[in-house]
Design a binder for this molecule. Structure first.
Ligand SMILES: Cc1ncc(COP(=O)(O)O)c(C=O)c1O
Length: 396
């Protein structure tokens, strides 16, 4: 944070000192005193239950409805693979989803003959009509992001949920770009399933996230990754009862250092930073970034203004996907960490955190203006973009 302007929390957030210290302390304690010691195991269990309560409080959910996961994608898989799919069933989603949403759908399409209806919502400015058209009498699930990682648009989730619920369709939400960006109240939303990461906007370590399952959905969704968390009682002969809470969906052990780090990050985010302040600050810095970027020649904003959250996505006009990767690498050399999106809508993305300053955004825009003025031919294409075969024709 001190060496560079870090503007990429949409990928991983920065880790606060308190979390780094908690992680270090946990690793050192295990190394010094050993791991499978009952008092230690008990302390880890307590840490895990405390983290569940803390995630639940953040999302305004009952703690029994929250499963701890390893990341957002875990949650998307737990829900998508937890249905008793039959050939001819349909799922709906949008063209703006992350692999975390899409890939579990690909698998149920291949494994069970489920049809995927993809609503083309453009960049997400007015998504409702296209989403409604993707819902049919055979649709059993709508899987959608709260905020699109590729266009930056914040979907009008209340209305999306109302559309689906009016047709009796449950909604699974990918909350990777929303939790820690603005308040998310899963109870008020009446959402069926909501998956969240720890490592992005909540500034936690990698390897932990949360999945909310609406309490009345617990009896419908099957556990796909059975392990010691899943079953409450059994007789070693195949008769069993499931854990009565969302714990039944958890996929296994979470590294204790990660639990400790995530707790420290969450405490810091809520108590020291102040979640409400962070949300307001993010909105402010994103609006500032929009205004500054809009003033640069050769920049076209991709994120619709009325759908703005913390991601400000833009297109450098006349640049190819490969050149955008080169632009990002050049800005990195100049001290500004952002990223490019290498598929439609091809663009460059600035993640605005509460810790970013107007001066950092001014610096980014000055550096960007300079790189844009030199033209796309002046940047070198990074090796990874060559390996990924990124297109070399201008996007627009
Ligand atoms: C919308 C969206 N969903 C899911 C993911 C994947 O997140 P995770 O690593 O927590 O599974 C990301 C980002 O990496 C994302 O932007």
């Amino acid at each position: 944070m001190q060496d560079k302007a870090f503007l990429n929390a949409g990928w991983y957030g920065p880790l606060p000192d308190v979390a780094a210290e908690a992680i270090r302390a946990s690793i050192e304690a295990e190394y010094a005193h050993g791991r499978p010691i009952m008092s230690h195991i008990q302390a880890i269990r307590e840490d895990k239950e405390a983290l569940r309560r803390e995630f639940a409080a953040l999302l305004n959910a009952p703690p029994e409805s929250v499963a701890l996961t390893h990341h957002t994608t875990d949650g998307m898989n737990i829900v998508t693979l937890g249905f008793d799919w039959r050939p001819g069933d349909e799922v709906a989603t949008t063209n703006l989803e992350h692999e975390a949403g899409f890939f579990p759908l690909y698998i149920i399409q291949q494994r069970f003959g489920v049809r995927i209806n993809i609503a083309d919502v453009g960049v997400g400015e007015e998504p409702l009509e296209a989403i409604a058209a993707a819902l049919t009498p055979r649709t059993r699930l709508l899987s959608v992001s709260h905020v699109s990682y590729s266009s930056g648009a914040r979907f009008p989730l209340e209305e999306v949920i109302a559309l689906a619920h009016a047709r009796g369709i449950p909604v699974l939400v990918d909350g990777a770009q929303s939790v820690g960006v603005f308040p998310v109240d899963v109870t008020a939303l009446n959402v069926d399933y909501y998956a969240a990461p720890g490592q992005k906007w909540l500034c936690g370590p990698e390897g932990v996230g949360a999945l909310y399952i609406r309490p009345d959905r617990l009896t419908e969704l099957q556990p796909t990754y059975p392990n010691f968390n899943t079953i409450q009682t059994h007789d070693w002969q195949g008769r069993f009862t499931l854990n009565p809470t969302a714990v039944r969906y958890e996929t296994g052990t979470i590294y204790p250092a990660v639990l400790a780090g995530m707790r420290a990050s969450l405490r810091w985010f809520q108590e020291e930073v102040g979640a409400e302040w962070a949300y307001a600050r993010i909105a402010h810095i994103a609006a500032y970034t929009r205004r500054k970027l809009a003033g640069l020649p050769g920049v076209r904003l991709v994120t619709p203004e009325k759908r703005q959250a913390s991601l400000v996505n833009f297109l450098p006009v006349g640049w190819s996907a490969a050149q955008m990767a080169g632009l990002v690498a050049e800005l990195d050399r100049r001290g500004f960490i952002i990223r490019s999106i290498s598929h439609a809508p091809y663009c460059v993305r600035v993640s605005c955190g509460f810790y970013n300053t107007e001066a950092e955004i001014d610096g980014l825009c000055d550096a960007l203006a300079d790189v844009l003025a030199a033209g796309p031919e002046a940047v070198s294409i990074p090796d990874w973009a060559v390996q990924y075969n990124l297109a070399t024709e201008p996007v627009y």
